[in-house]
Design a binder for this molecule. Structure first.
Ligand code: GLU
Length: 314
């Protein structure tokens, strides 16, 4: 059985792009009789607020994007809030440590920015490996100099990791060259998204990950973790990003096409119908509910690039 998931970060009200991803995840799982798990990705406890969780769940319900398990409804694979799953991440970290693949990193954000390392497309610097080869004595000395606990990084192999995305096709990356050793835990103790998402998708039985294509380049790191942790990897399908008419990516911070504005001036069915039209599998922008789209939905109708939201459509 296909198990898909919604994995919202409750750091604001959802925008139209988040909703597009959720609609596609729901249709993709449901059109083959599958289930949807709702996991709340609230690792960043400063930015994630309970009122946004309530709002996200209310938005999903209003729009007819019903989930089968998780969120504040709970279920047998809980907890479904990442803030309550620290022990699981610690157990996975231990497995990686036992393989000798984890090391402490004392670099500050400012040092990482200042390093002349190349930058990735997503703006992140490729980690230059500054702390990779510290001996235990050197690490202890660095620890005495710094006032905070170190971050923890995973040693990545110098080999290509490739996979076929369900919408975007073949994607490959050499992590050593294009990413560098990546974070598993930050120096302030927060668990890294890459580790948490792998542990959780595996523990919750997720077989199909549908998420925005801004996360395509995270997938090789996650595939490496699945492999090292001996967990079965799901199928990945990265959904199109929505761009505003001026070409900018929608953002929660800018409150672009935020659902409060959209739903205030329209009906849930009108928003869903327009989204499905924009995604290429609904012949007109006619209002409809998610179940009414099941017969029309197919991934091969969804374009492989980003989608610009035409002025005036919403
Ligand atoms: N929590 C992430 C977001 O809201 C999604 C992560 C994922 O789907 O893997 O953008």
């Amino acid at each position: 059985m296909t198990v898909g998931r919604f994995a919202p970060s409750p750091s604001g009200r959802m925008h139209l792009g988040n909703l597009m991803t959720a609609l596609l995840a729901w249709l993709s799982a449901k059109h083959c009789g599958g289930r949807i798990v709702l996991r709340i990705e609230d690792l960043d406890t400063d930015r994630c607020l309970p009122e946004y969780v309530r709002q996200i769940e209310a938005d999903f319900r209003t729009l007819g994007l019903v989930w089968d398990e998780g969120g504040s409804d709970g279920g047998s694979n809980g907890p479904y809030f990442q803030s309550g799953r620290g022990e699981r991440y610690a157990a996975a970290l231990k497995k990686l440590e036992e393989q000798g693949l984890v090391y402490p990193c004392f670099c500050t954000r400012a040092q990482l920015h200042a390093a002349s390392a190349p930058h990735r497309e997503d703006g992140q610097a490729v980690y230059p490996g500054t702390c990779r080869s510290l001996t235990p004595a050197q690490a202890a000395a660095r620890q005495r100099e710094t006032e905070r606990p170190p971050a923890l990084r995973l040693r990545v192999p110098d080999k290509e990791i490739a996979f076929t995305d369900g919408r975007m096709g073949l994607y490959r990356e050499n992590l050593a060259r294009e990413c560098g050793d990546f974070l598993l835990r930050r120096s302030d103790g927060l668990w890294a998204y890459q580790l948490a998402v792998v542990v959780d998708d595996a523990a919750m039985g997720v077989t199909e990950v549908v998420r925005g294509s801004d996360l395509l380049s995270s997938t090789p790191r996650q595939l490496l973790l699945y492999d090292l942790l001996g967990l079965p990897a799901p199928r990945f399908i990265h959904s199109p990003l929505l761009l505003a008419a001026d070409g900018r990516r929608l953002s929660k911070r800018e409150r672009d096409l935020s659902l409060d504005v959209l739903l205030a001036g329209s009906t849930p069915e009108a928003v869903i119908g327009k989204l499905a039209y924009l995604a290429g599998f609904h012949p007109s922008a006619r209002p409809c509910t998610p179940p009414e789209l099941l017969a029309e939905f197919a991934w091969d109708k969804v374009p492989t690039g980003d989608l610009t939201v035409p002025k005036g459509l919403f």
